[in-house]
Design a protein around this ligand. Structure first.
Ligand code: HEC
Length: 264
């Protein structure tokens, strides 16, 4: 036994203690999982239903709606509303009673924290509500989310140009290599020289939301037609033993660490 693996009073080493804590956390995660599954099956008396009905939409029209909505409710809610406002008209419930504007907080990678770009979170929410959660066997909702994040990371953004842009100067396009707001906006600001509060940066993000709405509807339409094929190659847990975005070296440099479990 190594000297730092001090034996505790009850004879359990610190290392074993940590393994124990891990098992506990895993147990808690499983319990959470079970809870979700139960509500997905509505065994608890709730009236939840999956999947939500979908009718094919026009990607360009959806993108225009997202672009306009960005100026009212910002990226995440703009993507959600661009799809759900149309389904409200075409289908009605459950879209009519879905409180769309509650997702304004997705802005700025969630209330300005620069985590996941709201356009990605919004797209994932739409896909999962329409297709259903992975734990209910609806894997396409999960896969479309993955496809959206990877597509976003690799695209020269913004892809979509609205019919009547609010900013008429040509906007620089950048590839984020990441689904994160901070990285995506940061690379664009560096390339363009425009600050966060500029009309150009705002219009860039409105167009990014529109680009995501466009691609999301393309994927949903394919899924509706039974033609959808997952495209994402993102598998960091399998490949590296940790959850991650795939641009490892941008953060870690040449010394990408190996997770503890894989260390010899
Ligand atoms: C957005 C930045 C970012 C990206 C992208 C990223 N990491 Fe990390 N990663 C971190 C930070 C910050 C930590 C905290 C520990 C540290 O400072 O090294 C961390 C921690 C880790 C750890 C655990 C700490 C250790 O030393 O064992 C591993 C393993 C790791 N990253 C591997 C990866 C791999 C593999 C990828 C790509 C698949 C990746 N990371 C992508 C920022 C990032």
């Amino acid at each position: 036994m190594k000297s730092n693996e001090k034996v505790e009073n009850n004879g359990v080493s610190r290392r074993q203690m940590m393994i124990g804590t891990g098992a506990l956390a895993a147990g808690a995660a499983m319990a959470h999982f079970g809870g979700l599954l139960k509500s997905a099956e509505a065994k608890d008396g709730s009236t939840e239903k999956w999947p939500w009905p979908y009718e094919k939409l026009d990607p360009a029209k959806t993108a225009e709606l997202a672009y306009e909505e960005w100026y009212r409710v910002f990226c995440g809610a703009a993507v959600i509303n661009s799809v759900f406002s149309q389904l409200r008209e075409k289908i009605g419930e459950p879209y009519k009673s879905f409180p769309v504007d509650s997702f304004v907080f997705l802005e700025g990678g969630m209330v300005g924290w620069g985590t996941m770009c709201g356009s990605n979170t919004g797209a994932a929410m739409v896909a999962n509500l329409i297709i259903g959660p992975r734990i209910a066997g609806a894997h396409e909702g999960h896969q479309i989310s993955e496809d959206m994040f990877q597509w976003y990371s690799e695209a020269s953004m913004p892809v979509f140009v609205p019919k009547t842009p609010k900013v008429t100067t040509e906007l620089v396009k950048t590839v984020s290599d990441s689904p994160l707001c901070h990285v995506s906006v940061g690379k664009w600001m560096k390339a363009s020289g425009f600050p966060i509060g500029s009309p150009e940066r705002k219009d860039r993000c409105a167009r990014v939301a529109a680009s995501n709405a466009y691609h999301l509807v393309e994927l949903l339409n394919d899924w509706k037609d039974g033609k959808y094929k997952p495209a994402s190659t993102h598998a960091p847990v399998k490949e590296f033993g940790i959850t991650a975005q795939m641009n490892c070296m941008e953060c870690h440099g040449n010394n990408v660490p190996t997770p503890p479990m894989a260390k010899k």
